[in-house]
Write a protein that binds this ligand. Structure first.
Ligand code: DC
Length: 217
């Protein structure tokens, strides 16, 4: 069984997907983490973010893996090295949408994501899971929230990770990424016609989890 969760940055997708995966014994596949891992390699190799052909050839030589830990956390491996925390750094967040908009990069990730989905019952979160990666997913959700609330949540989360960022810069970053993600030519962020729309602005994590579970019954 495949469950797809899409939506803009900071809508709560990964938090909810992780909890649901734990509750149902599903694999959790964070597709954004895959784009982040490649972006980390692009930056560490000193490749210019505008150098599309160099990024594509790097993507072909890159091995990304996601490993579900028994405690529900996710280990992200880039060429066999753990990068679970590094991929959350602001420099990655700043450029990940530029890497993710490249058609050939998306083709590589698409194949990988479909292969990961074959490992067993899975819940995937991203931007194009219900529209492109798994258009026949058993259940699709689109989580959304007002920009200000998404910025608040992300700000808290980043502070928890020890990153000293201002609320203003977090909001500007979310807005910028939403714009790139939803206007790109290939697989833009979009609600699938058959996805269940949940506005999480005024809901607690537990309320969203219960809502999602009620549709899965
Ligand atoms: O979910 P996230 O913020 O970690 O995702 C990082 C970026 O990756 C996001 O800005 C857009 C891109 N992304 C994508 O284009 N398609 C996906 N399925 C998942 C993420």
């Amino acid at each position: 069984m495949i469950i797809a969760i899409d939506g803009p940055a900071g809508a709560g997708k990964s938090t909810i997907a992780k909890i649901i995966a734990q509750k149902l014994g599903f694999l959790y596949i964070d597709t954004g983490a895959m784009y982040r891992a490649l972006t980390l390699k692009v930056l560490d190799e000193g490749i210019d973010i505008e150098n599309t052909s160099a990024i594509i050839s790097l993507a072909h030589k890159t091995v990304i893996n996601l490993i579900n830990n028994p405690d529900g956390s996710l280990k992200v491996a880039l060429d066999s090295k753990e990068v679970s925390f590094k991929i959350r750094e602001p420099r990655i967040t700043k450029y990940v949408s530029d890497v993710a908009k490249i058609k050939e990069v998306r083709q590589i990730m698409l194949k990988l994501q479909r292969d990961f989905g074959k490992r067993g019952n899975s819940i995937l979160d991203g931007r194009d899971i219900g529209t492109v990666v798994f258009p026949d997913a058993d259940k699709k959700f689109y989580l959304d929230a007002h920009l200000g609330e998404r910025a608040n949540r992300r700000h808290k989360e980043l502070h928890g990770l020890g990153q000293k960022v201002t609320l203003c810069s977090v909001e500007a970053d979310l807005h910028n990424r939403d714009t790139i993600d939803s206007t790109r030519e290939v697989a833009p962020l979009k609600k699938a016609d058959d996805a269940i729309y949940i506005d999480t602005t005024n809901l607690t994590i537990e309320q969203v989890v219960q809502k999602v579970l009620s549709y899965l019954k």
